[in-house]
Design a protein around this ligand. Structure first.
Ligand code: FAD
Length: 291
């Protein structure tokens, strides 16, 4: 099986790890501990999210700046344009540039009422993620990632509209797309096929969400429009008070997901770490990448 190959046979394997900016000192300690454990896996980048409506603007900048200087690993900063003028967003981009951050994950963001609610751009703001990508390109030579949705974005009326939007973001200058979490590999593979058929040639990197807590992850999934298949819910059923078995099932589920994708020829993976390293370290090993 292809998934049994080693890293040496897979020079094309590319990993990236997503973190969120910590709120407290204790959380910050865990954040750095995890980054230091994952950095030796030579990720393409470690990314740090941008809180809803830019609420973590300062913290995101502080974290990405330090990742680069402390670990030598490339850091990518997420950025959204919701609720901000172009000038405000451009200022954040220039801040990233001055801090030596050359990679940005460019997103529209969601209205404060939540995902799926109608989006109204700021009157002086970027209209959507494609518009934002264009703005970032005008400021500097950044490596830019954008979002993709294997189950369709909740606001895309049709599949064609969804893929057209992805194309607009890539045509505006994005280098790759990273997907929203998904739990049925079939959804990702069908999405890839649709995108390729529509002429998208850029990499579409699966976003892998290890299920550290089924309750928490199913809440996240519901909020972002990702579905939890019945078989997955059944695997975790009754494990709320059994953390050991829960952790083993989570590892098995994620291992199955990534090795299946590897067997399908996928060589780039983005992991939603939730600032934890254990499961991701194990999954990287299965993919053939060791520290
Ligand atoms: P867009 O690509 O602009 O599109 C969103 C929807 O609007 C699509 O349905 C599209 O079809 C439609 N649309 C766009 N333009 C038009 C148009 N001109 N006419 C009609 N319809 C249009 N959120 C955060 O707040 N912070 C983060 O750090 C963050 N990181 C993320 C990382 C990844 C990898 C992913 C997948 C998502 C992330 N998000 C983050 C969530 C993201 O902000 C939401 O999913 C948001 O709802 C859409 O953002 P987008 O960049 O995909 O928007």
């Amino acid at each position: 099986r292809p998934s049994r190959q080693t890293a040496d046979e897979r020079p094309d394997l590319q990993l990236s790890f997503e973190f969120f900016p910590p709120k407290t000192d204790a959380m910050e300690e865990r954040f750095w501990e995890s980054i230091h454990k994952l950095a030796p896996l030579h990720p393409r980048f470690v990314s740090v999210t941008y809180g809803a409506g830019g609420s973590t603007r300062e913290r995101t900048l502080r974290m990405v700046s330090r990742i680069k200087t402390d670990t030598g690993v490339a850091a990518a900063a997420h950025l959204t344009c919701v609720g901000a003028t172009r000038e405000e967003v451009d200022e954040v981009v220039r801040g990233y540039q001055q801090a030596g951050v050359s990679s940005i994950v460019a997103l529209r963001g969601d209205p404060p009422e939540g995902v799926g609610q109608p989006f109204t751009p700021h009157p002086d703001g970027y209209q959507n993620a494609a518009d934002l990508v264009g703005g970032i390109r005008r400021i500097g030579d950044f490596d830019i990632s954008v979002a993709a949705y294997p189950e369709k974005h909740p606001q895309s009326v049709t599949w064609d509209a969804d893929i057209d939007n992805l194309k607009r973001k890539l045509d505006a200058g994005a280098n790759r797309a990273i997907t929203q979490m998904f739990f049925s590999n079939g959804d990702f593979l069908r999405y890839l096929e649709r995108a390729r058929k529509a002429g998208v040639t850029a990499p579409i990197v699966p976003g892998i969400q290890p299920i550290h807590s089924f309750k928490q992850i199913s809440g996240f999934a519901a909020r972002c429009g990702a579905s939890i298949p019945a078989w997955l819910a059944e695997r975790f059923e009754g494990l709320e008070d059994d953390p050991d078995t829960h952790a083993l099932v989570a590892a098995a589920v994620a291992a199955e997901q990534v090795t299946e994708l590897l067997d399908e020829g996928v060589t780039e993976f983005h992991f939603y770490t939730l600032n934890r390293s254990n499961l991701v370290l194990a999954l990287a090993r299965l993919l053939g990448r060791r520290p």
